[in-house]
Design a protein around this ligand. Structure first.
Ligand code: CA
Ligand code: CA
Ligand code: ZN
Length: 341
């Protein structure tokens, strides 16, 4: 069976610290589904390890989690079971535990296979959009719906994979569903975090629900040059990391879906052990890491950072001229837990 398209693997061991990111093709396009709802099928065998059918309920619950985001226009339709066992460009979006044709290594929990097509949009321009996406659980691993020891939680894993199916790449806020790692019996990723919600809201905004949000835009620079691939993070006044994104080739960034209030913003490099290779495709391959973590106000500490006020429907501006890279400076891309299992 021929496999093509863009593939995302959810690894059991992974580190990451970049924020929500949309799947970006080499040409810079960010594909989405051009219409809702998206249909899905489930392979009829379900998961043989589970005898009570609860894996089907867990699958539906994962889809409902994304449908329930009030600020996003996301919908799914369950079409029923199918004899199709797995990933193939066949016109059906299939969830399967029984695809033995995909060589998933022992460290891969599940994978999403996305197929894109070109389509003329309502703006009369050609866009890359999702044509189809299949999700395959590794048939060599153990899964559960009840938090059993050393088994992966079906609903948590699938909620992450559906994020890919909808157009989200890996996110790095370590609490998020889209962070690229999972651990056995971990249930956290059943629930979306604000970063996941902001990501899906950017792709499929529901106008009636997003009017109350504001945004922060700006440019991350080193000298006069814009920096590509800086991780730009919005913190609430309580110090909570709320939303983050990656800066674009001209150094510009846009943090969306922010409730009105006061924020601080910083830019940090994606340096070792977290690297650009954690992101799909090559769009961010030339991202720069030769700068120091810098807050708005061009300072190195949160206490010195300038505050930005965001109002409903408004756009605040926060440009950052980055400080030189410092061996002793704060580096938030180095979480204390490098490896979770
Ligand atoms: Ca079963
Ligand atoms: Ca398919
Ligand atoms: Zn993933």
């Amino acid at each position: 069976m021929k496999k093509s398209g863009l593939i995302f693997w959810l690894f059991t061991v992974c580190t990451s610290a970049f924020g929500y990111t949309r799947i970006t093709t080499t040409s810079g396009e960010m594909p989405k589904w051009s219409s809702m709802p998206v249909s899905y099928w489930i392979n009829e065998k379900g998961l043989s390890q589970i005898g009570n059918g609860s894996e089907f309920a867990a699958i539906h619950a994962s889809f409902h989690t994304w449908e329930n985001v009030a600020s996003a226009d996301v919908g799914f339709v369950y079409k029923g079971t199918t004899t199709v066992t797995g990933a193939n460009h066949d016109g059906m979006n299939v969830i399967s535990f029984s695809d033995t044709t995909v060589p998933l290594g022992s460290s891969t929990i599940a994978a999403t296979f996305s197929f894109f097509k070109s389509e003329v949009g309502s703006d009369d321009r050609i866009h890359r959009v999702f044509d189809e996406a299949d999700i395959v659980f590794n048939p060599a691993l153990d899964f559960s719906t009840s938090a059993e020891d050393s088994k992966f939680d079906i609903q948590s894993v699938l909620t992450h994979e559906i994020g890919h199916l909808l157009g989200l790449d890996h996110s790095g806020l370590v609490s998020s569903v889209m962070v690229p790692f999972g651990a056995p019996s971990q249930l956290d990723q059943r629930m979306l975090t604000y970063d996941d919600i902001a990501g899906i809201t950017e792709i499929y905004p529901r106008a009636s629900a997003t009017a109350g949000f504001g945004q922060i835009r700006g440019t991350i620079r080193s000298g006069t040059a814009g920096i590509l691939g800086a991780h730009v993070v919005a913190l609430t006044t309580a110090g909570t990391t709320l939303v983050s994104t990656l800066s674009q080739p001209d150094g510009s960034y846009l943090l969306r879906s922010l409730p009105s209030g006061s924020y601080k913003v910083f830019a940090e490099p994606l340096d070792s052990p977290v690297t650009k290779s954690n992101i799909g495709g090559s769009f961010y391959a030339n991202g720069r890491t030769d700068f120091g973590t810098t807050y708005f106000g061009n300072v190195s500490t949160q206490s010195e950072a300038r505050t930005i006020t965001v109002t409903a429907g408004g756009t605040a501006t926060a440009n950052i001229d980055t400080l030189p890279k410092s061996a002793t400076g704060l580096n938030l891309t180095r979480p204390a837990f490098g490896v979770r299992m």
